[in-house]
Design a protein around this ligand. Structure first.
Ligand code: SF4
Ligand code: SF4
Length: 382
């Protein structure tokens, strides 16, 4: 299988809204052209979910793909909306609805969607969602079983230990988040590989952020690989990792299909020199920040409440960097609540001021922390 997957969460729409959860009708004519070009170039993996485009992603995939191509010529991945399920009897109803919406009798890849430790304990285990998926696999309605995951490497290790039936894990992975505070791509990737499971990558271009790199970074990329877009660097970084079977790219127009399929047809992993360059590029990107925090961590050490202040401020800066580029779907917003479950969030701050006293940047850390943590709480996805 070729390593590029067609993410169907931001399809071209007829109306104005670009929100991946909106119920705008899909532009079917354009979507068909995109599917045709993707297939013509030998790519076969399509990824959807129950919630993308408020359910219309599945419905329009039936029109653009399933009705127009032989079933064995493509691979279809769909996801159970674990976050919407509170009773076991909902699970088979939703699953059958998904088969019907997509117009198929089986899914090639089926994932429990957006697992984090809290919904794992409160919903997924009590509703026996893994058990149901295993039964569907035995009946031939699922060919490969996996999950998409947004939480810590420790939670991932626990869940993979408890579920040997999980064949693959889909995680947010890109060169910017490789060593980040919240997303922790590298550590999650290492846990999956240690468990000997396969990896599917989402967010390789960080929701579009890594397609719009600073000018200096862009010109160095151009010198090193003439004609290759910044997005191509990001996708090649993820696709070159051992155990990665697919890198998903949410594609919204024909030009993105043209670009992505061009460099993924003859896929070349990044050289050591290119990988080193991306580490420097991340440092350059991090220089633009809303809160002038240098990530020295002196405040973390001074805080009697053990709040991870530098992580919360660093993540807030990353979110603001994406929003300056007009990107308002920020993967970081999946991680603040799981973080609060295992560490301390900004909401337990008592205002003692010890953090501000030690800050070499002379920030009003108490105020910045309050603002950054309230923002993340308010905008968290779940
Ligand atoms: S003001 Fe809040 S964040 Fe700062 S040291 Fe005190 S408790 Fe920690
Ligand atoms: S002490 Fe100041 S500069 Fe250092 S991590 Fe904390 S807020 Fe940032």
């Amino acid at each position: 299988m070729k390593k590029l997957g067609f993410g169907c969460m931001r399809l071209p729409v007829l109306g104005e809204s670009k929100d991946f959860m909106s119920a705008e009708d899909i532009d079917l004519a354009q979507f068909c052209q995109m599917v045709d070009l993707f297939m013509e170039r030998g790519f076969t993996y399509f990824d959807t979910s129950y919630v993308y485009h408020n359910g219309k992603s599945e419905v329009f995939l039936k029109e653009a793909l399933v009705k127009r191509y032989p079933r064995e010529s493509f691979l279809l991945a769909d996801k159970l909306p674990t976050f919407s399920i509170t009773r076991p009897e909902q699970v088979p109803v939703i699953f059958e609805e998904q088969l019907e919406r997509c117009g198929v009798s089986y899914f090639d890849y089926y994932l429990l969607h957006n697992i984090w430790e809290t919904n794992y304990d409160t919903n997924i285990v009590p509703c026996d969602e893994f058990g149901f998926a295993c039964r569907m696999k035995k009946e031939g309605k699922i060919r490969h079983l996996g999950m998409s995951f947004h939480d810590s490497p420790e939670a991932l290790d626990r869940i993979l230990t408890e579920h040997p039936e999980v064949e693959f894990v889909q995680i947010a992975l890109n060169y910017y988040d490789w060593d980040s505070e919240f997303v922790q791509s590298r550590r999650c990737y290492e846990v999956i590989r240690r468990h000997n499971r396969q990896v599917i990558v989402m967010q390789p271009v960080k929701g579009g952020m890594l397609a719009q790199v600073p000018d200096g970074v862009r010109s160095e990329m151009e010198q090193m690989q003439p004609g290759m877009t910044p997005a191509s660097w990001a996708v090649r970084f993820a696709a070159g990792l051992e155990g990665v079977i697919v890198v998903l790219s949410g594609m919204s127009n024909l030009q993105q299909i043209e670009d992505n399929t061009s460099y993924m047809q003859e896929f070349l992993p990044l050289s050591r020199q290119e990988q080193d360059f991306l580490k420097k590029a991340v440092e350059v990107m991090k220089q633009s920040k809303t809160v002038a925090c240098s990530q020295c961590q002196k405040c973390d050490a001074a805080c009697p409440k053990n709040i991870h202040i530098s992580d919360i401020l660093g993540t807030y800066n990353t979110i603001m960097r994406q929003r300056e580029q007009g990107l308002d779907v920020n993967v970081e917003l999946n991680y603040y609540r799981p973080l609060k479950r295992r560490q301390h969030g900004g909401d337990i701050c008592d205002g003692c001021g010890k953090c501000s006293e030690v800050c070499p940047m002379q920030l009003d850390v108490v105020r910045e922390l309050k603002h950054a943590s309230e923002f993340q709480d308010e905008h968290s996805f779940w």
